[in-house]
Design a protein around this ligand. Structure first.
Ligand SMILES: Cc1cc2nc3c(=O)[nH]c(=O)nc-3n(C[C@H](O)[C@H](O)[C@H](O)COP(=O)(O)O)c2cc1C
Length: 346
């Protein structure tokens, strides 16, 4: 782990944030290289042992990789080796898109925060499905649950969003253990409006009606919703038998950032934690729906706050950027009871 810290501070943090991200991903995409590093530095979660049972899936541990880190599913094998209990690929759109112009990812190390306006840069559902098919045929498919997060292509009009989500869903269906409807990223114009009841119901029923699809569907919500909006999404999710909610995506509230360095985009990391925990508690007050809690987990304490607010599983992104894989082990070591299925099963 000291090796990762050394790299992190000496090398990665001297680079532009997106270049560092690409470098790490390209290393992790060579999972044979990782196997070598793993032998020397990392302690991964052994297969077997107690599992957490949620929406019909078994999770070896409750710490997942949040969407956005591996948008194209290039490093699936490595995430498992690093100790994650599950991985969410994406956001993937029906059509390939390059996203917003660079620079579009900004670090705020003193706040343990990031701002991004990536704009769903990804290779598109068809190409990513082919990559996953190749991995499956190679016999190296990971044994942890793989979630696939899908979003609306930028060029698709909001009233056609359901067809756009369906197209991605059809290509990717064989490879996801669960699917997430991302209707909460702030960097695709109009996307958050799809959180309204009419749009969401239409998207969910379109996906459900497709050849009797039965895999768990989750909705990822934004942290800037009002209490009333949260409750109406929860009620809709229950009515439509949605498997769970992911709370939350990044926030547009930048009040914690120094004004002279402010950048447009979604804010993640430590400044998001309290808001995300509040949203989870709000959901839990009105429903027992499974919740994957994400937003500002940078320590075992942050993970504990998510579970005590009512999350069943957690995901990390910004914490992984600042702390590396040590964070996964820190969470699992500090809270061994998190692996107790009786505490976490919904
Ligand atoms: C650079 C970056 C890109 C992201 N891309 C996506 C994405 O494509 N889809 C998505 O649902 N969430 C995306 N997210 C949001 C994360 O999945 C997560 O919900 C959010 O960052 C809060 O968790 P954190 O504080 O641990 O980062 C992104 C976050 C970051 C920092």
């Amino acid at each position: 782990m000291a090796f990762y810290s050394f790299l992190l501070h000496q090398l990665l943090f001297r680079m532009d944030a997106e270049t560092a991200h690409q470098l790490i991903l390209s290393c992790l995409s060579h999972h044979r290289l990782l196997s070598l590093i793993e032998k020397c530095f990392f302690r991964t979660t052994p297969p077997g042992g107690p599992t957490i049972s949620l929406f019909g899936l078994q999770f070896r541990n409750p710490v997942g990789l949040a969407a956005g880190m591996d948008k194209n599913g290039v490093a699936l094998v490595s995430w498992e080796k690093l100790g994650f209990g599950f991985v969410e690929v994406g956001t993937i759109t029906a059509y390939p898109q390059s996203g917003n112009p660079r620079p579009r990812l900004f670090r705020f190390p003193e706040l343990e925060a990031l701002v991004n306006r990536m704009g769903f840069n990804n290779e598109g559902a068809k190409k990513i499905a082919l990559r996953m098919e190749r991995l499956r045929r190679s016999g190296s498919w990971p044994s942890i649950p793989i979630g696939i997060n899908i979003g609306k292509s930028r060029l698709t009009a909001p009233h056609l969003a359901h067809d756009d989500y369906l197209r991605s869903f059809q290509y990717l269906y064989p490879y996801g253990d669960y699917f997430v409807l991302n209707v909460s990223s702030p960097n695709t114009p109009g996307l958050r409006a799809l959180q309204n009841a009419e749009h969401l119901t239409r998207i969910i029923s379109t996906l459900r009606d497709w050849e009797g699809s039965h895999k768990p569907l989750l909705i990822k919500i934004d942290p800037d919703l009002s209490s009333k909006e949260i409750v109406s999404i929860v009620k809709l999710a229950e009515r439509e038998h949605v498997a769970g909610l992911i709370a939350t995506n990044t926030t547009l509230d930048h009040s914690s950032l120094p004004p002279e360095r402010n950048e447009a985009g979604g804010l993640s990391g430590k400044p998001l934690q309290a808001r995300s925990d509040t949203i989870i508690r709000r959901i839990r007050r009105v429903s027992s729906i499974p919740i994957i809690g994400t937003g500002g987990i940078l320590s075992a304490g942050g993970a504990h706050a998510k579970f005590s607010s009512g999350a069943n599983l957690i995901q990390i992104y910004t914490g992984f950027v600042y702390r590396g894989p040590a964070l996964i082990q820190e969470i699992l070591r500090a809270y061994p009871y998190l692996c107790d299925p009786h505490r976490l099963s919904a």
